[in-house]
Write a protein that binds this ligand. Structure first.
Ligand code: FES
Length: 160
């Protein structure tokens, strides 16, 4: 099944099911429970969304609405290389949108998504605390500064 946990996740997954079961009927615990899932697995799988809705007794549409609303939650696991492009004010005025376009074109991905091979995931963030070096992005924990669209292919080539 597409959303079944892989072997390596099985233990965390079973722990999460136990965790969710502690909140039976407690709809007010929805965000906290989703946070726990996101922190543990790095995303919120669809079958756990259904489980949360069922146990906490909230409509599945509400669970999905919360996940869609908060950027913290993701529906897919992050890629081996997680790219965070800053579109905060300083980066935006110095061309972050064009940098983002170049990344999207190069890896065929939109923000919030992960490539099918699990190599790259992409998100937009709003200020990485390095405004003086804008536009900025991080790939995993490495910072890439003073970006231009032209530099994107050469930078991404370091992450294969
Ligand atoms: S606005 Fe991009 S690092 Fe601050």
């Amino acid at each position: 099944m597409e959303n079944s946990p892989c072997q390596c996740m099985e233990e965390s997954y079973q722990e999460l099911v136990k965790f969710i079961n502690q909140y039976e009927g407690e709809s007010e615990s929805l965000i906290m429970v989703l946070h726990k899932i996101q922190e543990t697995l790095g995303f919120v799988p669809v079958d756990l969304q259904v489980k949360v809705a069922d146990v906490l007794r909230v409509p599945i549409s509400k669970v999905f609405g919360v996940i869609s609303f908060y950027a913290f939650f993701t529906l897919k696991p992050k890629g081996k290389y997680h790219i965070s492009v800053c579109k905060g004010t300083a980066c935006f005025v110095r061309g972050a949108s064009k940098v983002l376009d170049a990344i999207e074109k190069k890896i065929g991905l939109v923000p919030g998504d992960t490539t099918n091979d699990g190599k790259y995931s992409l998100e937009i963030v709003y200020c990485l605390g390095a405004c003086g070096l804008s536009p900025v992005m991080t790939i995993n924990k490495e910072v890439h500064a003073r970006l231009t669209p032209q530099r994107i292919p050469e930078i991404l080539a370091e992450y294969t």
